[in-house]
Design a protein around this ligand. Structure first.
Ligand SMILES: [Zn+2]
Length: 279
C-alpha cells in the first residue's frame, strides 16, 4: 500500500511517501507560522507535487487534535488553527482518505513500531522541540484519554511560581524547557545553549521533573525522547539520566530507561504512516 505521511510542526513541515512500510521519498520545508493553515496547505501541495497514487494519508499535527472527531483543536504556537478542517482539506487536495493525530501521539506510534520503543509493552514518548508534547503507548496502542488530551506532559507544572506559559498556567515544562522559550529567554538558539555544560546542568533539573511525573504515573518500560533538542545526544542524555535517577530517589523501584528517538526527525512521519495503515 502506498501511503503519504505528513508532519506539521511549529518550525518545519515534512512529507514522505511509504510503500511496504519503508520510506521512499521525503521532503521538508520551514513552517510559515504567520501564514497560518493556508500557507501550510500550500507548502504540503508543493512538497508532494511530484508524487501520486496514494491510497491513504496520515497526518501528525503539532498541537492538540480531537482524535474521535478527527479535528484540530488549536495550535498553541500559531493563530488561525482553531477547529480548522485540516484533514478534510488535505484529503480533498490530494485525493485520498486521511487520518489525523497529535504529532506526539504519532511520534510515539512511530518509535514504538519502528524505532527505540520496538517491543515495549508500555512507552512514554516525549518530543522536545519548538514545544513539548508527549505520547503514551500502553495496552497495545496509543492511549489518548477521554478527550484526546492524554500525554500532554508539556503542560505539567514544574514551577508554580514560574513564568506564564502560552496555555495560561505558570511554570509548565514546555514554558521552561522547549526550544521556542529557551531562545526567547536566553537570546541564543537551543542548539547553541546545549553545547554549554553549565547551562545543561540547570536545564536537566526542570526537564527531569517533567519526565519524573510521567514515570510516576505510567511506570513505562521505556522513555523515548525525540524532537530537535534530543539531537544533542550524550551531552544532554548523560546528565539528564543522572538527574532523573536522583529525583526518582532510592525509594522507587520504577526503571529509568531513557533513550533518544531512533528515527531522529522522522518519528512523526513513521507514526503517521502507521496510523494511516491501521485506520
Ligand atoms: Zn502550559
Amino acid at each position: 500500500m502506498k501511503i503519504l505521511a505528513i508532519d506539521i510542526g511549529g518550525t518545519k513541515c515534512s512529507a514522505a511517501w511509504f510503500e511496504g512500510g519503508a520510506m521512499r521519498e521525503r521532503a521538508t520545508c520551514p513552517t510559515d507560522r504567520e501564514g497560518g493553515p493556508e500557507a501550510v496547505l500550500r507548502a504540503i501541495a508543493g512538497m508532494t507535487r511530484a508524487w501520486s497514487g496514494f491510497e491513504r494519508i496520515g497526518i501528525g499535527f503539532g498541537g492538540p487534535v480531537n482524535f474521535l472527531a478527527q479535528t484540530v483543536e488549536l495550535s498553541t504556537h500559531a493563530a488561525g488553527w482553531e477547529r480548522f478542517p485540516l484533514r478534510e482539506r488535505i484529503a480533498g487536495m490530494l485525493g485520498a482518505p486521511a487520518v489525523i493525530d497529535n504529532d506526539a501521539n504519532a511520534g510515539a506510534l512511530g518509535e514504538w513500531k519502528h524505532g527505540a520503543g520496538r517491543g515495549c509493552a508500555s512507552l512514554l514518548y516525549l518530543t522536545v522541540s519548538t514545544g513539548i508534547g508527549g505520547g503514551i503507548v500502553c495496552g497495545g496502542g496509543v492511549h489518548r484519554g477521554a478527550d484526546s488530551w492524554a500525554g500532554e506532559i508539556g503542560h505539567v507544572t514544574i514551577r508554580p511560581d514560574g513564568p506564564e506559559c502560552l496555555c495560561g498556567a505558570r511554570g509548565c515544562l514546555e514554558r521552561l524547557c522547549c526550544g521556542l522559550w529557551l531562545e526567547r529567554d536566553h537570546g541564543r538558539p537551543a542548539k547553541e545553549l546545549l553545547r554549554d555544560a553549565g547551562f545543561v546542568r540547570g536545564y536537566v533539573v526542570d526537564l527531569a521533573q517533567g519526565i519524573k511525573a510521567g514515570l510516576r504515573l505510567i511506570n513505562p518500560e521505556r522513555v523515548v525522547m525525540g524532537g530537535g533538542i534530543a539531537l544533542a545526544g550524550d551531552r544532554l542524555f548523560v546528565p539528564l539520566r543522572e538527574e532523573l535517577e536522583r529525583q526518582m530517589t532510592r525509594w522507587s523501584r520504577a526503571r529509568v530507561d531513557l533513550r533518544p528517538a531512533e528515527l531522529g526527525q522522522d518519528s512523526v512521519l513513521f507514526g503517521a504512516m502507521e496510523l494511516a495503515a491501521i485506520s
